[in-house]
Design a protein around this ligand. Structure first.
Ligand SMILES: [Zn+2]
Length: 443
Protein backbone atom coordinates (compact mmCIF):
# COMPACT_ATOMS: atom_id res chain seq x y z
CA UNK A 1 0.00 0.00 0.00
CA UNK A 2 1.34 3.43 -0.91
CA UNK A 3 2.10 5.92 1.79
CA UNK A 4 -0.02 9.04 1.79
CA UNK A 5 0.54 12.04 4.03
CA UNK A 6 -3.07 13.02 3.59
CA UNK A 7 -4.41 10.21 5.69
CA UNK A 8 -2.10 8.66 8.22
CA UNK A 9 -3.20 5.05 8.66
CA UNK A 10 -3.83 3.47 12.06
CA UNK A 11 -1.09 0.92 11.38
CA UNK A 12 2.09 1.50 9.42
CA UNK A 13 5.82 0.86 9.18
CA UNK A 14 8.57 3.47 9.13
CA UNK A 15 11.55 1.90 7.37
CA UNK A 16 15.11 2.78 6.34
CA UNK A 17 15.63 4.95 9.40
CA UNK A 18 18.46 5.03 11.91
CA UNK A 19 16.80 4.50 15.28
CA UNK A 20 18.12 6.73 18.05
CA UNK A 21 17.16 5.61 21.52
CA UNK A 22 18.69 5.02 24.95
CA UNK A 23 21.58 7.32 24.14
CA UNK A 24 22.66 5.45 21.02
CA UNK A 25 22.28 6.10 17.33
CA UNK A 26 21.84 2.80 15.46
CA UNK A 27 24.58 2.04 12.96
CA UNK A 28 22.31 -0.03 10.74
CA UNK A 29 19.01 0.90 9.14
CA UNK A 30 15.98 -0.02 11.18
CA UNK A 31 12.22 0.17 11.36
CA UNK A 32 9.39 1.29 13.60
CA UNK A 33 6.02 -0.47 13.54
CA UNK A 34 3.12 1.74 14.70
CA UNK A 35 -0.31 0.35 15.49
CA UNK A 36 -3.27 2.21 16.94
CA UNK A 37 -1.13 4.97 18.38
CA UNK A 38 1.38 2.65 20.01
CA UNK A 39 4.75 1.20 19.11
CA UNK A 40 4.10 -2.40 18.13
CA UNK A 41 7.74 -3.16 17.39
CA UNK A 42 11.09 -1.72 16.37
CA UNK A 43 14.50 -2.99 15.41
CA UNK A 44 17.12 -3.35 12.74
CA UNK A 45 16.41 -4.47 9.22
CA UNK A 46 13.14 -4.20 7.40
CA UNK A 47 10.35 -6.64 8.19
CA UNK A 48 7.99 -7.77 5.50
CA UNK A 49 4.45 -7.23 6.59
CA UNK A 50 2.14 -7.55 3.67
CA UNK A 51 -0.46 -4.93 3.18
CA UNK A 52 1.00 -2.46 5.66
CA UNK A 53 1.59 1.07 4.40
CA UNK A 54 5.30 1.90 4.46
CA UNK A 55 6.79 5.31 5.17
CA UNK A 56 10.30 5.24 3.68
CA UNK A 57 12.47 7.36 5.98
CA UNK A 58 15.71 7.03 4.02
CA UNK A 59 18.32 9.52 5.26
CA UNK A 60 16.42 10.27 8.44
CA UNK A 61 16.96 9.54 12.10
CA UNK A 62 13.97 8.26 14.07
CA UNK A 63 14.00 9.31 17.74
CA UNK A 64 11.49 9.60 20.57
CA UNK A 65 9.50 12.84 20.40
CA UNK A 66 11.48 15.56 22.17
CA UNK A 67 10.57 16.56 25.72
CA UNK A 68 11.02 20.17 26.89
CA UNK A 69 10.84 20.80 30.63
CA UNK A 70 10.65 24.59 30.35
CA UNK A 71 8.32 26.57 28.07
CA UNK A 72 6.28 29.74 28.46
CA UNK A 73 3.06 29.53 26.43
CA UNK A 74 1.69 32.85 27.82
CA UNK A 75 -1.91 31.67 28.10
CA UNK A 76 -3.89 32.99 29.84
CA UNK A 77 -3.16 36.70 29.73
CA UNK A 78 -0.62 37.37 26.98
CA UNK A 79 -2.10 35.60 23.97
CA UNK A 80 -0.56 38.20 21.64
CA UNK A 81 2.82 36.54 22.38
CA UNK A 82 1.79 32.87 22.28
CA UNK A 83 -1.13 30.58 23.07
CA UNK A 84 -1.23 26.93 24.01
CA UNK A 85 -2.25 26.25 20.39
CA UNK A 86 0.50 28.30 18.69
CA UNK A 87 3.07 27.11 21.21
CA UNK A 88 2.04 23.50 20.59
CA UNK A 89 2.51 23.98 16.84
CA UNK A 90 5.95 25.53 17.43
CA UNK A 91 6.78 22.55 19.63
CA UNK A 92 5.67 20.06 16.96
CA UNK A 93 7.69 21.92 14.31
CA UNK A 94 10.73 21.59 16.57
CA UNK A 95 10.19 17.84 17.02
CA UNK A 96 8.71 18.10 20.52
CA UNK A 97 5.77 15.95 21.62
CA UNK A 98 5.80 16.87 25.32
CA UNK A 99 6.35 20.21 27.05
CA UNK A 100 6.25 21.38 30.64
CA UNK A 101 4.63 24.82 30.91
CA UNK A 102 5.72 27.45 33.41
CA UNK A 103 2.98 28.99 35.58
CA UNK A 104 3.93 32.68 35.26
CA UNK A 105 0.88 33.58 33.18
CA UNK A 106 -1.62 36.26 34.16
CA UNK A 107 -3.29 35.16 36.23
CA UNK A 108 -0.70 32.64 37.42
CA UNK A 109 -1.39 28.89 37.41
CA UNK A 110 -1.86 28.73 41.16
CA UNK A 111 -4.89 26.48 41.67
CA UNK A 112 -6.22 23.16 40.40
CA UNK A 113 -8.81 24.78 38.12
CA UNK A 114 -6.07 26.61 36.24
CA UNK A 115 -4.05 23.39 35.90
CA UNK A 116 -7.07 21.61 34.41
CA UNK A 117 -7.71 24.58 32.11
CA UNK A 118 -4.19 24.30 30.62
CA UNK A 119 -4.44 20.56 30.14
CA UNK A 120 -7.79 21.06 28.36
CA UNK A 121 -6.33 23.77 26.12
CA UNK A 122 -3.49 21.42 25.23
CA UNK A 123 -5.91 18.62 24.42
CA UNK A 124 -7.98 20.98 22.23
CA UNK A 125 -4.87 21.95 20.26
CA UNK A 126 -3.91 18.27 19.99
CA UNK A 127 -0.36 18.89 18.78
CA UNK A 128 1.72 18.31 21.89
CA UNK A 129 1.32 16.89 25.40
CA UNK A 130 1.08 19.67 27.96
CA UNK A 131 2.41 18.95 31.44
CA UNK A 132 1.68 22.04 33.55
CA UNK A 133 3.61 23.17 36.59
CA UNK A 134 1.88 25.17 39.26
CA UNK A 135 3.09 28.23 41.13
CA UNK A 136 4.68 27.73 44.55
CA UNK A 137 2.91 30.77 45.99
CA UNK A 138 -0.50 32.27 45.15
CA UNK A 139 0.00 34.97 42.52
CA UNK A 140 3.73 34.12 42.64
CA UNK A 141 3.92 36.62 45.47
CA UNK A 142 6.45 34.55 47.39
CA UNK A 143 4.48 34.67 50.63
CA UNK A 144 2.20 31.67 51.22
CA UNK A 145 2.10 28.22 49.68
CA UNK A 146 -0.42 27.04 47.06
CA UNK A 147 -2.59 23.91 47.48
CA UNK A 148 0.01 21.50 46.12
CA UNK A 149 -2.08 18.37 46.73
CA UNK A 150 -5.09 19.62 44.75
CA UNK A 151 -2.89 20.76 41.90
CA UNK A 152 -0.98 17.46 41.68
CA UNK A 153 -4.33 15.64 41.62
CA UNK A 154 -5.33 17.90 38.71
CA UNK A 155 -2.14 17.04 36.80
CA UNK A 156 0.59 19.46 37.93
CA UNK A 157 4.03 17.84 37.53
CA UNK A 158 5.99 20.24 39.75
CA UNK A 159 5.98 23.68 41.32
CA UNK A 160 7.89 26.84 40.59
CA UNK A 161 7.61 30.61 40.76
CA UNK A 162 9.80 30.70 37.62
CA UNK A 163 10.34 34.14 36.19
CA UNK A 164 11.04 35.05 39.79
CA UNK A 165 12.99 33.37 42.57
CA UNK A 166 11.52 32.49 45.96
CA UNK A 167 13.36 35.00 48.17
CA UNK A 168 11.82 33.56 51.37
CA UNK A 169 14.03 30.60 52.30
CA UNK A 170 11.52 29.25 54.80
CA UNK A 171 8.81 29.10 52.12
CA UNK A 172 11.25 27.30 49.79
CA UNK A 173 12.13 24.81 52.55
CA UNK A 174 8.45 24.03 53.20
CA UNK A 175 7.69 23.82 49.49
CA UNK A 176 10.49 21.26 49.01
CA UNK A 177 9.18 19.24 51.94
CA UNK A 178 5.54 19.15 50.78
CA UNK A 179 6.28 18.67 47.10
CA UNK A 180 8.66 15.88 48.11
CA UNK A 181 5.84 14.14 50.00
CA UNK A 182 3.73 14.34 46.81
CA UNK A 183 6.58 12.96 44.69
CA UNK A 184 7.06 16.06 42.52
CA UNK A 185 9.97 18.52 42.27
CA UNK A 186 10.34 22.16 43.11
CA UNK A 187 11.85 23.92 40.11
CA UNK A 188 14.26 26.65 41.10
CA UNK A 189 14.71 29.89 39.22
CA UNK A 190 17.96 30.59 41.06
CA UNK A 191 18.41 34.33 41.30
CA UNK A 192 19.12 36.77 44.14
CA UNK A 193 17.26 39.97 43.34
CA UNK A 194 19.30 41.93 45.86
CA UNK A 195 22.45 41.02 43.92
CA UNK A 196 21.16 41.58 40.36
CA UNK A 197 19.30 44.79 41.20
CA UNK A 198 18.33 46.40 37.90
CA UNK A 199 20.88 44.40 35.88
CA UNK A 200 20.00 43.59 32.28
CA UNK A 201 22.96 41.45 31.14
CA UNK A 202 25.85 39.44 32.58
CA UNK A 203 28.16 41.56 34.76
CA UNK A 204 31.55 41.52 33.06
CA UNK A 205 33.65 43.05 30.35
CA UNK A 206 30.75 43.66 27.95
CA UNK A 207 28.35 45.18 30.47
CA UNK A 208 31.09 47.62 31.48
CA UNK A 209 31.96 48.38 27.87
CA UNK A 210 28.31 48.84 26.83
CA UNK A 211 27.38 50.83 29.91
CA UNK A 212 24.61 48.39 30.87
CA UNK A 213 23.80 47.30 34.43
CA UNK A 214 25.22 43.84 35.14
CA UNK A 215 23.83 40.64 36.70
CA UNK A 216 26.63 38.99 38.66
CA UNK A 217 27.21 35.25 38.62
CA UNK A 218 27.09 35.36 42.41
CA UNK A 219 23.32 35.82 42.19
CA UNK A 220 22.82 32.46 40.49
CA UNK A 221 25.61 30.66 42.34
CA UNK A 222 24.46 31.64 45.83
CA UNK A 223 20.79 30.92 45.10
CA UNK A 224 21.59 27.54 43.59
CA UNK A 225 23.64 26.74 46.68
CA UNK A 226 20.82 27.82 49.03
CA UNK A 227 18.20 25.74 47.24
CA UNK A 228 20.45 22.69 47.15
CA UNK A 229 21.10 22.94 50.89
CA UNK A 230 17.33 23.23 51.48
CA UNK A 231 16.79 20.14 49.32
CA UNK A 232 19.48 18.29 51.25
CA UNK A 233 17.84 19.18 54.56
CA UNK A 234 14.28 18.34 53.48
CA UNK A 235 15.00 15.33 51.33
CA UNK A 236 12.80 16.90 48.65
CA UNK A 237 13.55 16.94 44.93
CA UNK A 238 15.04 20.16 43.56
CA UNK A 239 15.16 20.72 39.81
CA UNK A 240 17.39 23.65 38.87
CA UNK A 241 16.14 25.53 35.81
CA UNK A 242 18.32 27.15 33.12
CA UNK A 243 21.78 26.70 34.69
CA UNK A 244 24.13 29.30 33.20
CA UNK A 245 27.23 29.67 35.38
CA UNK A 246 30.36 27.62 35.82
CA UNK A 247 29.87 27.93 39.57
CA UNK A 248 26.32 26.54 39.53
CA UNK A 249 27.46 23.57 37.43
CA UNK A 250 30.17 22.85 40.01
CA UNK A 251 27.76 23.20 42.96
CA UNK A 252 25.30 20.78 41.32
CA UNK A 253 28.09 18.34 40.49
CA UNK A 254 29.17 18.20 44.12
CA UNK A 255 25.63 17.93 45.47
CA UNK A 256 24.91 14.99 43.18
CA UNK A 257 28.06 13.21 44.27
CA UNK A 258 26.89 13.67 47.86
CA UNK A 259 23.49 12.14 47.13
CA UNK A 260 21.28 15.25 47.23
CA UNK A 261 18.11 14.75 45.16
CA UNK A 262 18.84 17.38 42.55
CA UNK A 263 18.31 17.45 38.79
CA UNK A 264 19.09 20.30 36.42
CA UNK A 265 18.57 21.61 32.91
CA UNK A 266 20.40 24.00 30.57
CA UNK A 267 19.15 25.95 27.56
CA UNK A 268 20.52 25.90 24.02
CA UNK A 269 21.47 29.59 24.24
CA UNK A 270 23.53 29.02 27.38
CA UNK A 271 25.63 26.25 25.80
CA UNK A 272 26.11 28.11 22.51
CA UNK A 273 26.35 31.90 22.98
CA UNK A 274 28.30 34.25 25.23
CA UNK A 275 27.79 37.81 26.46
CA UNK A 276 29.69 39.37 23.56
CA UNK A 277 26.51 38.82 21.51
CA UNK A 278 25.00 41.79 23.36
CA UNK A 279 27.55 44.13 21.72
CA UNK A 280 25.01 45.56 19.23
CA UNK A 281 22.49 46.20 22.02
CA UNK A 282 20.05 43.75 20.40
CA UNK A 283 17.33 42.59 22.81
CA UNK A 284 17.34 39.26 20.93
CA UNK A 285 20.26 38.41 23.24
CA UNK A 286 18.56 39.59 26.42
CA UNK A 287 17.36 36.79 28.67
CA UNK A 288 17.40 35.77 32.33
CA UNK A 289 19.74 34.24 33.30
CA UNK A 290 21.87 36.21 30.83
CA UNK A 291 24.41 35.00 28.29
CA UNK A 292 27.64 34.69 30.24
CA UNK A 293 31.34 34.19 29.48
CA UNK A 294 32.92 31.54 27.31
CA UNK A 295 34.14 29.61 30.35
CA UNK A 296 30.52 29.41 31.55
CA UNK A 297 29.33 28.32 28.10
CA UNK A 298 31.95 25.57 28.11
CA UNK A 299 31.10 24.50 31.66
CA UNK A 300 27.41 24.19 30.75
CA UNK A 301 28.25 22.12 27.64
CA UNK A 302 30.57 19.87 29.67
CA UNK A 303 27.96 19.56 32.39
CA UNK A 304 25.49 18.27 29.80
CA UNK A 305 28.07 15.90 28.37
CA UNK A 306 29.04 14.36 31.71
CA UNK A 307 25.54 14.19 33.21
CA UNK A 308 25.93 16.88 35.87
CA UNK A 309 23.13 18.64 34.00
CA UNK A 310 20.37 16.15 33.25
CA UNK A 311 18.84 17.61 30.14
CA UNK A 312 18.32 20.40 27.63
CA UNK A 313 15.26 22.64 28.09
CA UNK A 314 14.55 25.60 25.85
CA UNK A 315 13.07 28.23 28.21
CA UNK A 316 10.99 29.17 25.13
CA UNK A 317 9.92 32.71 26.05
CA UNK A 318 7.96 34.44 23.29
CA UNK A 319 7.66 38.24 23.14
CA UNK A 320 6.08 40.48 20.52
CA UNK A 321 8.21 42.20 17.90
CA UNK A 322 7.26 45.58 19.35
CA UNK A 323 8.59 44.68 22.78
CA UNK A 324 11.83 43.39 21.33
CA UNK A 325 12.28 46.69 19.45
CA UNK A 326 12.64 48.54 22.74
CA UNK A 327 16.10 49.61 23.83
CA UNK A 328 18.12 46.81 25.40
CA UNK A 329 17.55 47.94 28.97
CA UNK A 330 13.78 48.41 28.42
CA UNK A 331 13.04 45.20 26.50
CA UNK A 332 11.65 42.13 28.30
CA UNK A 333 13.90 39.14 29.12
CA UNK A 334 13.55 35.98 27.05
CA UNK A 335 13.95 34.35 23.63
CA UNK A 336 12.12 31.62 21.75
CA UNK A 337 13.74 28.20 21.43
CA UNK A 338 11.46 25.31 20.44
CA UNK A 339 12.05 25.50 16.69
CA UNK A 340 15.83 25.88 16.85
CA UNK A 341 16.74 23.53 19.72
CA UNK A 342 17.67 20.51 17.59
CA UNK A 343 19.70 22.58 15.12
CA UNK A 344 21.53 24.45 17.89
CA UNK A 345 22.25 21.17 19.70
CA UNK A 346 23.66 19.49 16.60
CA UNK A 347 25.59 22.56 15.46
CA UNK A 348 27.13 23.51 18.81
CA UNK A 349 27.39 20.21 20.70
CA UNK A 350 27.62 17.41 18.12
CA UNK A 351 29.43 19.03 15.20
CA UNK A 352 31.87 20.67 17.63
CA UNK A 353 32.70 17.28 19.17
CA UNK A 354 31.35 17.84 22.71
CA UNK A 355 29.07 14.80 22.42
CA UNK A 356 27.64 12.39 19.86
CA UNK A 357 24.15 12.57 18.40
CA UNK A 358 22.88 9.71 20.56
CA UNK A 359 23.77 11.64 23.68
CA UNK A 360 22.20 14.87 22.40
CA UNK A 361 18.94 13.07 21.65
CA UNK A 362 19.00 11.42 25.07
CA UNK A 363 19.32 14.90 26.64
CA UNK A 364 16.18 15.95 24.76
CA UNK A 365 14.08 12.82 25.36
CA UNK A 366 14.68 10.16 28.01
CA UNK A 367 16.72 12.32 30.36
CA UNK A 368 14.22 15.17 30.75
CA UNK A 369 11.35 12.67 31.03
CA UNK A 370 13.18 10.85 33.81
CA UNK A 371 14.13 14.05 35.63
CA UNK A 372 10.46 14.96 36.08
CA UNK A 373 9.03 11.42 36.07
CA UNK A 374 7.04 11.96 32.89
CA UNK A 375 5.76 8.77 31.21
CA UNK A 376 7.23 9.73 27.81
CA UNK A 377 10.56 10.01 26.01
CA UNK A 378 11.26 6.41 25.01
CA UNK A 379 10.98 4.36 21.85
CA UNK A 380 9.96 0.95 23.08
CA UNK A 381 7.38 -1.71 22.43
CA UNK A 382 4.05 -0.84 23.96
CA UNK A 383 4.87 2.85 24.46
CA UNK A 384 2.66 5.47 22.87
CA UNK A 385 4.02 6.32 19.43
CA UNK A 386 5.51 9.77 20.03
CA UNK A 387 8.42 10.07 17.62
CA UNK A 388 10.31 12.45 15.38
CA UNK A 389 12.03 11.98 12.04
CA UNK A 390 14.89 14.39 11.39
CA UNK A 391 17.79 14.97 9.04
CA UNK A 392 20.89 15.61 11.18
CA UNK A 393 22.86 17.02 8.27
CA UNK A 394 20.29 19.32 6.70
CA UNK A 395 21.62 22.88 6.77
CA UNK A 396 19.15 25.73 7.02
CA UNK A 397 19.16 29.41 7.79
CA UNK A 398 16.93 30.60 10.62
CA UNK A 399 14.36 33.06 9.25
CA UNK A 400 11.70 34.98 11.15
CA UNK A 401 9.04 34.09 8.58
CA UNK A 402 9.72 30.38 9.05
CA UNK A 403 8.59 30.28 12.67
CA UNK A 404 5.29 28.71 13.70
CA UNK A 405 5.45 30.37 17.10
CA UNK A 406 3.41 33.55 17.31
CA UNK A 407 6.67 35.32 18.24
CA UNK A 408 9.99 35.55 16.40
CA UNK A 409 12.38 36.69 19.10
CA UNK A 410 15.11 34.15 18.37
CA UNK A 411 18.80 34.68 19.08
CA UNK A 412 19.66 32.69 15.94
CA UNK A 413 18.00 34.78 13.21
CA UNK A 414 20.16 34.68 10.10
CA UNK A 415 22.36 31.92 11.50
CA UNK A 416 23.01 28.69 9.62
CA UNK A 417 22.22 25.56 11.64
CA UNK A 418 22.62 21.84 10.92
CA UNK A 419 19.77 19.47 11.65
CA UNK A 420 16.10 19.88 10.87
CA UNK A 421 12.89 18.08 11.75
CA UNK A 422 11.12 16.39 8.83
CA UNK A 423 8.04 15.04 10.62
CA UNK A 424 6.68 14.72 14.14
CA UNK A 425 4.15 12.16 15.34
CA UNK A 426 2.24 12.07 18.62
CA UNK A 427 0.30 8.90 19.52
CA UNK A 428 0.87 7.78 15.93
CA UNK A 429 -0.75 10.94 14.54
CA UNK A 430 1.12 13.45 12.39
CA UNK A 431 1.60 16.78 14.20
CA UNK A 432 4.19 18.35 11.91
CA UNK A 433 5.49 17.80 8.39
CA UNK A 434 8.23 19.85 6.76
CA UNK A 435 7.20 20.18 3.12
CA UNK A 436 10.81 20.28 1.96
CA UNK A 437 12.11 17.37 4.00
CA UNK A 438 8.98 15.19 3.84
CA UNK A 439 9.87 11.64 2.95
CA UNK A 440 8.28 10.63 -0.29
CA UNK A 441 4.67 9.69 -0.61
CA UNK A 442 1.61 11.26 -2.10
CA UNK A 443 0.94 14.58 -0.49
ZN1 LIG B 1 13.46 31.26 35.00
Amino acid sequence: MDWSWKRIPAEFLVTNVRLCTQGKLGKRKGFLHVRKGRIEGLGVGSPTMEGLPVLDGAGLVCAPGFVDLHVHFREPGQEEKETVATGSLAAAAGGFTSVVTMPNTSPAIDNSGMVRYLIDRGRDAGLCRIFPTGAISPGRQGEAMCEFGDMVAAGAVGFTDDGSPVPNGNLMANALKYAGMLGVPIISHAEDLTIVGNGVMHAGYWSARLGLAGMARASEDSSTFRDIELARASGGHLHVAHVSTRGAVEIIRRAKSEGVHVTAEATPHHFSLDHSRCREYSPLFKMNPPLRESEDVNAVAEGLADGTLDCIATDHAPHTATEKEYQFDQAPFGVTGLETALGVGITYLVNSGVMDLGRLVELMTEKPARALNLPVGRLEEGAEADFVLFDPEKEWVVRAEGFKSRSRNSSYLGEKLSGKVAATFMRGRLTWLDPELAPRGED
